[in-house]
Design a protein around this ligand. Structure first.
Ligand code: SF4
Ligand code: SF4
Length: 336
């Protein structure tokens, strides 16, 4: 599945914790007008430095970059996050962090800046989808804009490379130039906007902890979408030699398909892998897990009708085009 003659990269989901309630996050749903968790048992699982080292050492292949990001995870919520980054820099691994920026203190962020400053490729992507609390909290429910800026400033001041990443919504489009100005004034390394044409939970009123809200859909973000072609799949993660590790320390081919019961309803080979909790890097090596028939079946499926709908949706040549954080990180090569 991956080219082990070349260095690998990892998208690592360290925990299943987060303090925010973004309406389009896979953690959440709007039910009976209330914004609430969709998945039981959230905010319970973390990865300690000790466990991290065991899982990392079981990969046994050179790793060049780890991006701490996850479908149900805010990486800075992990108790040992600084220690993990410190240890990885000793292994000469570059680090990317996707964060909502709301956890911890400026002192903590200053320490992270010092750890990452020694490596040109390492950086933090701050999710700041608005200027001011009124705008930001339309999507980042529970976030404090000014606390995030304080944390980002402390990170930048100690040498950390910071990216301001703004998802474009109807409520923030008029603020893009102001956000760019603030990013420049504060010394962010880059400012990027990300288009989203996700419709889920848009135009639906919700209440959460006494507050009301609604995320308006912006039809300006509608992109051209054509019928996905089953037989023309180009696996984004395979192309870049990246794999995903979920909060249970299980490898997956990418971030788009892990832990989804709906994929198990489509294909029994998916269900078998998803229900097998022994495929953890705490107990097995990466090479042993890659021998699992799931990886062969997944790749064969790209050429026939057993292809998962997610593979068609995300990686069909005529499917959706989407700017991911990985795409953004490639910009770095140009600007170094
Ligand atoms: S910050 Fe990220 S993990 Fe947390 S609720 Fe929002 S999208 Fe989900
Ligand atoms: S959705 Fe399928 S084709 Fe796309 S990156 Fe994931 S495994 Fe590869």
């Amino acid at each position: 599945m991956f080219d082990i003659t070349k260095p690998l990269s990892i998208n690592w989901e360290l925990n299943n914790k987060c303090n925010l309630m973004c309406p389009q996050c896979v953690r959440n749903e709007i039910k009976d007008g209330k914004l609430q968790w969709k998945i039981p048992e959230l905010n319970k699982i973390d990865t300690t430095l000790t466990t991290f080292k065991v899982a990392y050492n079981n990969i046994k292949h050179p790793i060049e970059l780890i991006r701490f990001s996850g479908n149900v995870s805010e990486p800075t919520a992990s108790k040992d996050f600084l220690d993990i980054c410190w240890w990885l820099r000793g292994e000469d691994v570059s680090i990317h962090v996707d964060t909502n920026g709301t956890y911890k203190t400026p002192e903590w962020w200053g320490d992270l800046g010092k750890i990452l400053s020694e490596d040109k490729r390492s950086m933090v992507f701050f999710s700041l989808d608005g200027v001011g609390n009124k705008s930001l909290q339309n999507y980042r429910v529970g976030a404090d804009f000014y606390k995030i800026l304080d944390n980002a400033r402390a990170f930048i001041d100690t040498g950390g490379k910071a990216m301001w990443r703004m998802i474009k919504f109807k409520h923030n489009e008029h603020q893009i130039e102001r956000a760019r100005e603030i990013a420049n004034e504060m010394g962010f390394w880059q400012f990027i906007t990300v288009n989203s044409n996700r419709k889920i939970n848009t135009n639906r009123e919700w209440t959460y902890r006494g507050k009301k809200g609604i995320l308006e859909y912006d039809s300006n973000n509608e992109k051209e979408t054509r019928k996905p072609d089953t037989y023309n799949i180009s696996c984004r993660y395979q192309e870049r030699n990246i794999f995903y590790i979920d909060f249970l320390k299980r490898p997956w081919p990418c971030c788009y398909i892990p832990n989804k019961n709906k994929n198990g309803e489509e294909q029994s080979w998916y269900k078998k892998y998803n229900m097998d909790y022994t495929n953890s890097l705490v107990h097995k090596t990466f090479d042993d897990i890659m021998k699992n028939e799931f990886y062969e079946q997944l790749q064969s499926s790209w050429g026939d009708d057993s292809c998962l709908n997610d593979c068609k949706k995300f990686c069909s040549q005529v499917g959706r085009i989407r700017l991911s954080t990985w795409d953004a990180s490639e910009l770095q090569e140009k600007y170094e």
